[in-house]
Design a protein. Sequence first.
Length: 158
Amino acid sequence: MQPIRLTLLCLAACLAACAAPTAPTVVSAPRPPAPARPSVPPPAEVVATPQAPSVYFSPDDAEVPPAAAPLLDQMAEELRADRLQRLVLRAHTDHLGSKEYCLALSEKWASLVEAALVRRGVRGTQILIRARGRELAPACDSEACRSSWRRVELVLQP
């Protein structure tokens, strides 16, 4: 019986040694409040700055704006000079309206630009339309921001 008692005694001592000691509770003074953060202004609206020349439209335009004529003339001249050259028309709208409406509107604007180029002697086979609708346009409140997204970009590709 002696060995069992000794074993139990050793086991109890080991368990007592393994128990985590409890730290005394320390009451400290309250922390001072964190310094006030400076207010961060809301992010500026994203006004589109396309890298490619663009034709800008007003909402629900049914024809290419007359201001686009010089750009279309120059693009048509380049495309007529090199019949292997391709032109991608990337059409965008602002965020106003349903996804379907904006997609249809961007297709309409791209088709108007395509027709204007074909009337200037460009082959239709040189033109590819990529209607994006409101896919990339941010929700913005100012007319300057929205109008920067209502456009068809003319991207030349070899």
